[in-house]
Every structure is written in C-alpha cells, then in structure tokens.
Design a binder for this molecule. Sequence first.
Ligand SMILES: Cc1cc2nc3c(=O)[nH]c(=O)nc-3n(C[C@H](O)[C@H](O)[C@H](O)COP(=O)(O)O)c2cc1C
Length: 561
Amino acid sequence: MKPTPINKALQTILAYHQQTKHHFQRYASGHDGLDWKNQPKPFRTFEDCTELELPLLIQPANALYNDLYQAEKISSRALSLKSVAQLLELSLGISAWKQYDNTRWALRCNPSSGNLHPTESYIITENCEGISDGVHHYVSRDHILEKRCQFKHEKSLLPDNSFLVGLSSIHWREAWKYGERAFRYCQLDAGHAISSIRYAAAVSGWQAHLLTSASDADIETILGINREADFAAAEREHADVMLLIMTESTTQSTKSSDTLLSLKKLANRAGNSQWYGQANTLSQHHLDDWPVIADAALACIKPETDEQIWQAPVFPEPVLKPGSGKAASTIIKQRRSAQGFDVSEQLFAEPLLTEKALYRMLDLTLPRQATPPWDAISWEPRIHLLIFIHRVEGLESGLYLFLRNDEIKMKFKASLKQDLEWLKPDDCPEHLQLFRLAAGDAREAAKTLSCHQDIASDGALSFGVLAEYQSKLINKPWVYRQLFWEAGILGQVLYLEAESAGLRGTGIGCYFDDAVHELMGLNKNDDTLQSLYHFTIGKALKDNRIQTLPSYAHLQRSNSG
Ligand SMILES: Cc1cc2nc3c(=O)[nH]c(=O)nc-3n(C[C@H](O)[C@H](O)[C@H](O)COP(=O)(O)O)c2cc1C
C-alpha cells in the first residue's frame, strides 16, 4: 500500500479520531447486533507449515516480580528453544481457560479489548539452538511455532545472542464487535503486547527494544504479511512493531539497537527466501464495512525514520515492597481483568490501597533507563493520568492529575480550567508530579464517563489516560498509533501492579471522550490533549458460575525447567 501524502494523512487520522468518539447521545458507529455466525476464529494458523512444539514451564520461573525492576538481580538466560518458549508463554501465551455451561474461552497473559486478540506474533531467529533460521508464527493455543520462512545459510544479520519479535494486527477481529472504534483498540492491544513481551524478557534477564526507525513496509516483508497469495481471502494483518530481544546485558541505548541491525537487509533476505503456509480464514463472510478503519491504517503507515533518542531522566530508585514477594511468572500468569468489584459494607470500611502503594504504582509508570517496560521505547512520555481517587488510605477522594513529564505542567495549566486546586499531596515523593485538581466524591463522574460502567466507580481508583495530541502528530501521523501503544504499555504496568497489591485491574476502552475533556475544562475544539484509554483497580468479585481450567492441560507436551 502506498502511503498518503503527509498533510492529508494527518487530516485523515484527526478526522478518524473525531469520528470514533463516544458521546452521551451517540456511540461511535458499530454493529446493531453481533453477527455470531461470522465471529472471527480466535486463533490464526498457517496451513502447510512445519510445526515446532515448544516446551512449557512446569514451575514458576526463578525471577521475583519485584526483581523485574532491578535488572542486576536477574542473571541472563542463554538463548535456546527453551528460553524463547518461555518468553512466548509468559507474554502472549494462554494463561487459563474459562468455562461457563458449554462455552469455553481462552485467556492470555496479554489482555485484549473484548478478548478478541487482534495481535499476531512472529519470531525471527538466526543461530538459535533448536529453532531453524527464519520467520516463525506463534500459535498461543498450541504453544507452537509455524515455520513461515526458512533463511538460506548466509552471514547472520541479527546481532549475536538476539532475536526479533514482530507484531501485527488483524483489524477485522476487533471491528467485528466494535465497528469504527476498533482501530484504536487494536493499537491499545498492541501496546499491552509490547509491554507483556518486555516484562517476559525481563524474567530471563533480557532486554527488549522497539526498533523505532523501522518502516512498516520492511516489517511487513519480514513477517510475510504482504504476501498476497499466502493470504488470498484470509483477513489481512497490518504491521505493528519489531522488537529486538537481546539476551546479553548491554549498555547500548535503543539508538544502538536500531543501528545494530539493518531491517532493510533483513527484509531483503526474507523477500528472497523460501516461504511456506496459507493463512486460515477467520470469518466465512464479512463485509469490509468500516472503510474508515482502512483509511486510518493507510494514513498511519510509518516510513523509515531517523529516530531522535530521548534519554530518560534519573529518578530515585522506585520503592519496592519488602519481603521476597511472588515469582514474576506467577503474577504475569494470574493477571486477569476484573468483571466487577466488591462493594460490600465491610470492605468499604477498609482501605483497598494505601497512599504509599499508589505512589509506588505511579512511580513504576515513569520511564527510567534500563527499567521495564519503559526501556523498550525510546520516546519522551506523551501520556499522563487523570485519576479518580475513590478509596485510597491517606488521600482525600477527588480528581487528581499525574504528569509523567515535568515540562508539561505549564501547558496543562494553560489548557485546563482555571479554578483547579493543583495541590500536591503532603507526603507525595518530590519526583512524582501528582496534583489534586478537585476534592470530593468522584465515583459518579468516573462511572458516567466510562460508559456508565460500575467498575470505574466501585474500586479504589480509576484512571483516564490523557495524551499530548495534535502537536505530536504534525508531520508524523503514525505517532497516533504510538500514543495508544504508550497507553497500552502503561495499562500493563497497572494490571501487574494491581495483582501484586492483591487487587485486580481492568482496561476500559469505552468512555465518553469529549465529556472527559469537558470535566477538566478543556475546550471541545482544543486538540492539545485527548483521552485515549481508561483503567480501573479494585477488589475483584469472583463469579462462581465460571470455571477456571489450566492453560495447557489440553496439550501432551514435555515441559521445560
Ligand atoms: C484496550 C482494552 C479495552 C478494554 N475495555 C474494557 C471495557 O470497556 N470494559 C470492560 O469490562 N473490560 C474491558 N477490557 C477488558 C477485556 O475485556 C479483557 O482484557 C478481556 O476480556 C480478556 O480478559 P483478561 O484481561 O482477563 O485476560 C478492555 C481491555 C483492553 C486491553
């Protein structure tokens, strides 16, 4: 596909965003009812490929959850079939099956809007013991690799002891349920997947960097998703990102990761290699009835760019919880979305979260060098948090703002309404830019703004994710996708932090965009900031009607240590 001229592309993506807002009087266009007979299959597979069974973890990996944030505490595992299998299992693998009556569905380590999982994944390996050199598609249901492409024996292009993980999205999967807003959800899901991969790499003491200079065209060629004949009538995949996973600790920055490897050369190699397999069709009949998604995707195609590298500031070490804590792999696998929160009287009397625990959570959303998941990306933080505090011990209920970038405070002050408090809580650590904007019960506002969902009001707190918007997209419309990825990366931090605090999180893609802006006094036509995501944390209610089954009991498979 040819990219659209830059100014037209910018207009297209701004218009897409505007058009796909939910309003109190009108939701973004979607289907009237769900077309169940054309529900997309949850798993993509390629027929006529050699399959490689991956070993499974039999016990939690050694690394502790706390240690993920202290790189020096986890020694690096060697690159092998087993260690690559572990990375895939702990990032994009199945975490459990759920059953209600005769319906069974899989959950994965990475969350997804509507559990539709538009994100597909591939690994590209050279010189990895047990895996042939080439491109492999990961099927999480079976924990297997399908060999899509075999590289010829040539000089290795990947840096030593490294491999690539490529991600793509099948927009149709989300559009089937959510209509026009689906393109946004695909990007949020991709962000969660990036974060999941970064965390899973950290469990093995590895690094993961997004190759931000890469063009979508090169990623498509390497993943083979531009091979018309291999897809025929099957739903197409769109390039998201390529992550370089490095097993050996390096002090090199992300800039070096981009320069360590020429994706162009790799695309050339993939283009001239032998490919195998035919993509399965996910829905028998469907109309491509959301042309606005195709237009948005086209407008956001990324060319090869010369990336500016932003150096994360040096903050004090994040405060870590005392004690040994849980294994990182346990927290990763137990992550779920809460469907509802407990609001029983007794519980109301107890704080769900302390002020200190919230500060730690917020601290982990700050980018630090060599700290997951933020060291996977190399751009300056562009998203910030509006926080609806309901029940946090030590903090008055109300509306708060957390800025992830010091320099942005004046811009926010100028854009938001003038009568806000801007009060920093007394005990808030100096480096955390947390401000109370207004005190009071924020539950009704949180619920209403999140499409009237109780989960936004019944927990300890909920979040709105605000992005610095139009100024960041000028001449770079593809940054639109990156803003959502950043929101998804942050969402994954909150999901894992909620689990480690004995609570549970839920991502919220359904919210009334402009109403959120109006709450802060942002002018309706002001594109300085836009709301891209919501999130909530509380004490989950257990639904005893739903059975939980183990992730891979359906496979007869030898295990890995
Ligand atoms: C981008 C995104 C948006 C979501 N939006 C909502 C939402 O509006 N309401 C809700 O109850 N759950 C929402 N969820 C939670 C998903 O339904 C959940 O991730 C999915 O069912 C898979 O379950 P799991 O997270 O327990 O693995 C969202 C999740 C993501 C990642």
